[in-house]
Design a protein around this ligand. Structure first.
Ligand code: NIG
Ligand code: FE
Length: 418
């Protein structure tokens, strides 16, 4: 054993282990390991358990000891499974217009909305995009978010989508957080395209899909299924092609109108995200599938509309991940912990259901089996809070931030040193 580190003692470790992937969870099901420590070997966890036992083992193996004084609670590093943090410009104007009574779709038709960000993102250099991603991802890190999914989708041409995906790749190399890229060229039909929406999809899939593979730029393909974006029949050949290439599929589904969740199930998508408009039918369909429903409370807060029916999804036996949707239009706040806490309060979700939604189930939404739990062999991605009771985390509705964050066995954020 080499490169060993011991962290502790913790008042509580909440390992998020032995929890179901789907369905409602009572707080009593959470494992709480008291007076405990975490022994790390390299990037991974070697053991989680009683601090005194681990201290003996650590000393015998000449581990680096990282002693904690005062009360600390440890939980897996959070995973934000849906963001659009690669973009140029601001949409403060949209927000003001919306709050003055205009709808999202009206603003989009008037030249605002996604297209406005496309224009501003196309104007930005790749370097400027990298800088923006780094700034936002660093803030996520101080909130305990160690893995962030990041979508393209504001380029909407082969070259401009590639610019975004290269920017995400470059930012990933410079950041402590892991970025998981997703190609969202099917975000909307670009207003400057001379052909039809199906011509556009054919063009981007032919131009982008081979390149995504060759350059390892993304292994996930997303599409916005909505009136005003892409319909089920338009997306069919695009998703078939994506599947033939071996990409994972994910869908922006049921945000304003239903239909997207059925597409997600039909194409065995890894996740169906948004679902604010889902009814009993869509909820039942998702619950009996392997698709992970992803709630995006940040979009509900940004647009001032209903939350995803999270309680109903869980009670129907569905899984539920919670992500920030951080983007300049519908979800400008980007604070995952605040949003997950608020969703919990409005939807009556237990602490366990909210926390599993930003750890274990968020990992499943990204098909990542190496994180989201604290146990032997998992990545040593840790969010550490200065408290003796994990319930303080959600109770403070995002105002209570981690004091320390570890990523792959390294201390990457220490509040007392910032
Ligand atoms: O997830 N719904 C579509 N896409 C984004 C919004 C992007 C934007 O408004 O710029 C979303 O909410
Ligand atoms: Fe989104």
């Amino acid at each position: 054993m080499n490169n060993l580190k011991l962290i502790g003692p913790f008042k509580q470790i909440i390992p998020m282990t032995r929890l179901p992937l789907k369905g409602a969870i009572k707080d009593e099901s959470l494992t709480i390991i008291e007076d405990s420590g975490i022994l790390i070997e390299g990037e991974k966890i070697y053991a989680v358990g009683d601090y005194d036992d681990l201290l003996t083992l650590a000393k015998a193996n000449k581990a680096e000891i990282h002693p904690l004084t005062g009360d600390h609670t440890c939980i897996p590093g959070f995973i934000d499974a849906h963001t659009h943090i690669c973009f140029g410009g601001s949409r403060a104007n949209d927000y003001a217009m919306r709050n003055a009574g205009k709808t999202y779709l009206e603003i989009s038709k008037a030249g605002g909305g996604i297209w406005d960000t496309v224009t501003q993102t196309r104007k930005a250099t790749k370097e400027a995009l990298v800088k923006g991603i780094i700034k936002r991802a660093k803030r996520h890190l101080t909130n305990g978010v160690t893995t962030i999914e990041v979508k393209s989708g504001y380029g909407l041409s082969v070259d401009e989508e590639l610019k975004m995906l290269y920017a995400i790749k470059e930012a990933n190399e410079k950041l402590a957080n892991d970025l998981i890229p997703t190609c969202l060229a099917a975000h909307m039909f670009p207003k400057d395209h001379s052909g039809s929406p199906s011509d556009y999809l054919e063009e981007v899939s032919s131009g982008l899909f081979p390149k995504l593979k060759e350059e390892n730029l993304a292994h996930r393909i997303d599409a916005f299924i909505e009136e005003g974006a892409f319909s089920e029949s338009l997306i069919a050949p695009y998703f078939q092609k994506a599947r033939a290439f071996g990409f994972d599929i994910t869908v922006h589904a049921d945000q304003f109108s239903t239909g997207g969740s059925k597409v997600a199930v039909d194409y065995s998508a890894v996740s169906a995200d948004h679902l604010e408009a889902s009814t009993e039918t869509e909820i039942a369909l998702l619950a009996k599938s392997d698709v992970i429903p992803v709630a995006l409370p940040g979009a509900s807060l940004g647009l001032g509309c209903a939350f995803t029916p999270a309680r109903k999804i869980l009670d129907a036996g569905g899984a539920l991940a919670i992500a920030s949707d951080h983007n300049p239009g519908s979800a400008p706040m980007g604070d995952l912990l605040t949003q997950a806490s608020i969703l919990g309060a409005f939807e009556k979700l237990t602490n366990a259901e909210v926390l599993v939604g930003i750890t274990l189930r968020a990992a499943a939404a990204l098909k990542l089996s190496d994180r989201g739990q604290l146990g032997q062999g998992y990545l040593a991605d840790l969010s550490i809070f200065h408290t003796n009771d994990y319930k303080e985390i959600l109770y403070n509705q995002g105002d209570f931030k981690p004091c320390m964050v570890w990523k792959k066995g390294e201390l990457v954020y220490n509040k007392h040193k910032h």
